[in-house]
Design a protein around this ligand. Structure first.
Ligand code: G6P
Ligand code: MG
Length: 220
């Protein structure tokens, strides 16, 4: 049996959540809506469109289709400005160690992200070549917690879902991985990601022996 590893992008490989937050906050404030870091938690792993729906809901703001589309574009342009100069220094600690380990063992690696900006970000930080498949917001029709994104990634890697391990920082992402019958690893606060099969604060806490054990377990 084969194993495959699937990484979420935002909050797992790079800390872009802070840039998403700044861009949403700017739009929110323009619309007279307060937007807190806590509310930003609800936006993690969620599509751009769904984020705007939630934001307008929080602020009880009604929008025409035209306004809605304009605000989506505005938020993304602000976000793109924040990430324009991103480089490898923004890769989260020990991510390259884990990627190198998997590459060295010839284990297929995929990206499973809701972002439509995933590919340019991987390119900016210099990690594009690690990924055998990139599944992002441009290919997925059903957002996390729907398992679609991870199931497409597994199919692309030609690995059974049961043989896949998913790294996720979002509640919706852990649910998506569990619904796909994959092994879910929460990266972040254990109390937030309590449905994950395993939890780590970040990759520095994850020993190489643990990754080796996941490979063994998922081969069985
Ligand atoms: C990721 C982030 C979300 C973001 C979504 C869409 O899942 O965690 O916060 O809303 O991607 O990103 P995009 O770059 O397409 O606006
Ligand atoms: Mg994420």
């Amino acid at each position: 049996k084969k194993v495959g590893f699937i990484f979420d992008l935002d909050g797992v490989i790079v800390d872009t959540a802070k840039y998403h937050y700044l861009a949403w906050k700017k739009l929110a404030n323009e619309l007279g809506i307060e937007f807190t870091v806590e509310q930003n938690e609800l936006f993690k792993g969620v599509s751009r469109k769904r984020c705007l729906e939630i934001l307008l809901d929080i602020g009880q703001v009604k929008a025409t289709q035209e306004q809605f589309d304009t605000w989506m574009v505005e938020k993304n342009l602000d976000y793109l400005a924040y990430i324009e100069n991103m480089d490898s220094s923004e890769i989260l600690p020990d991510v390259p160690r884990v990627l190198d380990y998997l590459k060295d063992k010839n284990i297929p690696i995929a990206l499973g992200s809701a972002s439509k900006n995933a590919r340019p970000i991987l390119k900016k930080v210099g990690l594009l070549s690690y990924f055998d498949s990139i599944v992002d917001g441009n290919q997925v029709t059903k957002a996390k917690p729907d398992p679609e994104v991870f199931l497409i990634a597994a199919r692309n890697l030609q690995v059974d879902p049961e043989g896949c391990v998913v790294f996720e920082d979002a509640v919706a992402g852990i649910e998506a991985a569990n619904r796909a019958n994959m092994t879910s690893i929460g990266i972040g606060e254990e109390n937030v990601l309590s449905d994950a099969h395993y939890n780590f604060k970040d990759f520095t806490e994850m020993g190489t022996d643990f990754i080796a054990s996941l490979v063994q377990k998922n081969l069985a």
